[in-house]
Design a protein around this ligand. Structure first.
Ligand code: NAD
Length: 261
């Protein structure tokens, strides 16, 4: 169903974004990958996607916290593929500290990467989608886009903001053809972003990493398991399909019972 479409996935050099890029490629989409990391590892990922899924894949290394770089990334992607059909705003960072100790530059970094960047990508990609009268925008928010936790002021504010942005975009693109905008709200997914929090918690509490993992899962989720990037990617594929045409401006949780409690 998605064969021949063009998808851009921000932050797809690791974790959830990598899983989404691979699954979209598996559906036959041409892919633009983006994100930081080792040059050789990124090239291996890019070439692997082309070889394994027989699609075209390019890497655009924009720092998505910088508006000018985002604008150029969207322009380059449109030039290369003649337009963008699917935009997945996935790149994100975390920083944990109580508000009084939260460094101002960390607040700015989290807000610009986890919230403003999606405003920029959408701002620059929307004209092309409107022209085509079709498109799918999927924002990777979080359970923290719906509920809060201590120590995560910037992350929780950014993800709540991203959910709000999702709703505004859905309203503004309504009746411009088949374009939708939705947010996915994952609970814990085992990726480098979460691995760091597990290590930090283990060190802070003087416990093993396995114990810290267990505590992390049981503190928040009814089901004490991590979701996988492949599961998040499966939901992205569904939201990009024709079956999801009438789903817009909403959040879908995939959180092992985090926010139903
Ligand atoms: P990750 O650290 O594995 O991957 C983050 C990706 O974003 C990397 O590719 C990184 O290079 C990229 N990135 C960071 N800053 C960037 C920038 N300025 N410009 C371009 N790329 C940048 O993290 P992940 O767990 O896969 O997280 C992906 C998304 O899912 C994030 O938005 C995160 O908030 C969200 N999320 C994660 C979880 C979880 O439990 N892992 C839960 C809910 C939501």
């Amino acid at each position: 169903m998605l064969k021949g479409k063009t998808a851009i996935v921000t932050g797809s050099t690791s974790g959830i974004g990598l899983g989404i890029a691979q699954k979209l490629a598996g559906e036959g989409c041409n892919i633009i990958i983006n994100g930081f990391g080792d040059k050789d590892a990124i090239e291996k990922e890019r070439a692997g996607i082309e070889k394994n899924y027989k699609v075209k894949c390019i890497y655009l290394g924009a720092d998505i916290s910088k508006p000018a770089e985002v604008e150029k990334m969207i322009q380059d992607a449109e030039k290369e593929f003649g337009g963008i059909d699917i935009l997945v705003n996935n790149a994100g960072i975390q920083f944990v500290a109580p508000i009084e100790e939260f460094p101002v530059e960390k607040w700015d970094a989290v807000i610009s990467t986890n919230l403003s960047a999606s405003f920029f990508t959408i701002k620059y990609a929307l004209a092309g989608m409107k022209k085509k009268q079709s498109g799918r925008i999927v924002n990777i928010a979080s359970a923290h886009g719906l509920v809060a936790s201590t120590g995560k002021a910037a992350y929780v504010a950014a993800k709540h903001g991203l959910v709000g942005l999702t709703k505004v975009v859905a309203l503004e693109i309504a009746n411009h053809g088949d374009i939708t905008c939705n947010a996915i709200c994952p609970g814990w997914v085992y990726t480098p972003l979460v691995e760091k929090q597990i290590k930090d918690n283990a060190a802070k509490e003087g416990i093993s990493e396995d114990k810290a993992k267990e505590e992390m899962l049981s503190e928040k989720q009814a089901v004490h398991e991590f979701a996988t990037p492949e599961q998040i990617a499966g939901l992205v594929i569904y939201l990009c399909s024709d079956s999801a045409k009438s789903i817009t401006g909403t959040t879908i949780s995939i959180d092992n019972g985090w926010t139903c409690q």
